[in-house]
Design a protein around this ligand. Sequence first.
Ligand SMILES: NC(=O)c1ccc[n+]([C@@H]2O[C@H](COP(=O)([O-])OP(=O)(O)OC[C@H]3O[C@@H](n4cnc5c(N)ncnc54)[C@H](OP(=O)(O)O)[C@@H]3O)[C@@H](O)[C@H]2O)c1
Length: 397
Amino acid sequence: MNFPGPPGPTQVSRPDYPSFIPQASVKGKNQAKNGPREGEAGHAMKAIVLPKYGPPDVLQLKDVEKPAPKDNEVLIRVHAASVTTGDCEFRSLKLPLAWRLLFRVGFGIRRPRKKIPGQELAGVIESVGNAVRSYKKDDQVFAATGLGLSAWAEYCCLPEKGLIAMKPSNMTYEEAAVVPVGGLHALHLFRKADIQRGQKVLVIGAGGTVGTIAVQLAKSFGAEVTCVDSARKLDMLRTIGADHVIDYTREDFSKNGEKYDVILDVVGKSSFSACIRSLNKKGFLLLGNPGLSQQLRGMWTSIRTSKKVTGGMISYKTEDLVFLKELIEAGKIKSVIDRRYPLEQVAEANRYVESGQKTGNVVITVQSWHPSCTSERSREWLDEDFRGDIVDKNGDR
Ligand SMILES: NC(=O)c1ccc[n+]([C@@H]2O[C@H](COP(=O)([O-])OP(=O)(O)OC[C@H]3O[C@@H](n4cnc5c(N)ncnc54)[C@H](OP(=O)(O)O)[C@@H]3O)[C@@H](O)[C@H]2O)c1
């Protein structure tokens, strides 16, 4: 499902292949002890590297060591990845103080320990480790990379038991690549509230990565869904199933007298008290992006009242990714894609996401751009998926 945002001067441009000429090297994850070195033909890959926290300009396209799977890992040839608001927060560390400190402890105090960002992907398994039983070469998969990140690269190794599942058969790689982060987050939170048919659900920040899947999940559970976001996203939200929409720049959802059984606050900018006031007696407030004070107030509210508040640290389950795949194949969830950028333009994609104009998701197309991508399948995919969507540097389609 394509929902282009405001037109830019050039939405996506095909890279000139010479721009893939190695610029530098970093040591790849799982690099074999005596493995190939920088620039060795057939053993290098292109990746976006984050050498330090900062603005989009710090991102660099580099030639790095192609990773090799450990015994329990699969090697995925990445076809598509995403740039999310979370990626921009990780890159820039523009976060509330407590989160910033937590991120620095988790990802590197002075500079990121994980050099290749990217939280989700879809691609094809190129090879598997000796102990892997669930996947084989040529399986089409989608995955969340978790704390290891690494999706902004031509290849990525992930544990067989990680957040990985077979790609929904009715989705392209691009569509599948933008499901895991938003889908796992929304599903994890909604499971806490055990949404019942006919219940009223409010999704605040419904037009982004998490929200667009949350809306469709809530609809699939039989809920009546009200979406809160800015005006330009409301038509799209109606298209994916919203029963009611509210433009938060014009109307305060907490002042129209409506009460909800479940409120999912994706962005965490709404007043905590207003959310609690808008809940039915035994309602659930799900905090998708809570600050410390919201978490503390949430705990207090859950103890002292009949209303329940959930949020904070979250761990995702592979079964949930499989559940999402089944819902997608049943036609219940579609991906909302705004713009597509090739791997070499990840910095540009970051700027667009950071500009706040994104509707739904921004996709990074990876493997198809590379001249070494010669398989029939990839060529077909390139032809089908990008026809009419791509504007080259001269503005020609
Ligand atoms: N594991 C985790 O803890 C986890 C997982 C996923 C996401 N997150 C975090 O959750 C946040 C949201 O994620 P996302 O990927 O869905 O972001 P996103 O794609 O940027 O979507 C956020 C949406 O909320 C809208 N919005 C902004 N302010 C709003 C307000 N006051 N009221 C209602 N809507 C508002 C935005 O629209 P406008 O910009 O047009 O206003 C946008 O459509 C991010 O900070 C992300 O890092 C955390």
